[in-house]
Design a protein around this ligand. Sequence first.
Ligand SMILES: *[C@@H]1O[C@H](CO)[C@@H](O)[C@H](O)[C@H]1NC(C)=O
Ligand SMILES: *[C@@H]1O[C@H](CO)[C@@H](O)[C@H](O)[C@H]1NC(C)=O
Length: 178
Amino acid sequence: MLFNQQSPVIIFLCTLIIISTTFQIVTSSDQPTTIYELLQINGLPIGLLPEGVTDFEYDESGRFEVHLDQACNAKFEDELHYDQNVSGNMSYGQIAGLSGISAQDLFLWFPVKEIRVDVPSSGLIYFDVGVVSKQFSLSSFEIPRECLASEDQIVVENPSGKKGIRTNDREEHSMAFL
Ligand SMILES: *[C@@H]1O[C@H](CO)[C@@H](O)[C@H](O)[C@H]1NC(C)=O
Ligand SMILES: *[C@@H]1O[C@H](CO)[C@@H](O)[C@H](O)[C@H]1NC(C)=O
């Protein structure tokens, strides 16, 4: 008897719980709605990608792809070139298997293969350009930059041999210019 009287109530409560749980799952899930949020969730600075990116895809494995309107260049300490399509695997503190970003050094362009930051942060960000890793100040990547249309760059693949080796050493740069 008692059970029968309560059962509509129980059913009602159960329904409420199910509804509210479902609702919670929907509202509390942290699905990034922008590529910048995806960067933030992964502890990476949002300025790694140019401003105004809306066309992107990603999956749970961390694989992402960004489609820009056009290839473009953005000025940082060094200039970065973005291909129209940029892709890679994002995980906490790093992007591996990067494709579509190159960095200028001594008038040559080198593809950036990997980007990582220290966890916890040291204030530096590292760009693996094949032979060496270049380090920049994290703060220069805080804000997405304007990216100006550019022709596709001629990119130097894996520089080898003494002439091609680039280092991150500023003194060596000035020596090279002398
Ligand atoms: C970029 O990706 C889009 C969609 O996958 C493709 O249609 C386009 O040709 C790609 N652009 C370049 C320059 O590879
Ligand atoms: C990137 O992720 C894809 C899919 O998970 C995987 O097949 C590929 O090996 C990864 N590449 C790198 C460089 O981590």
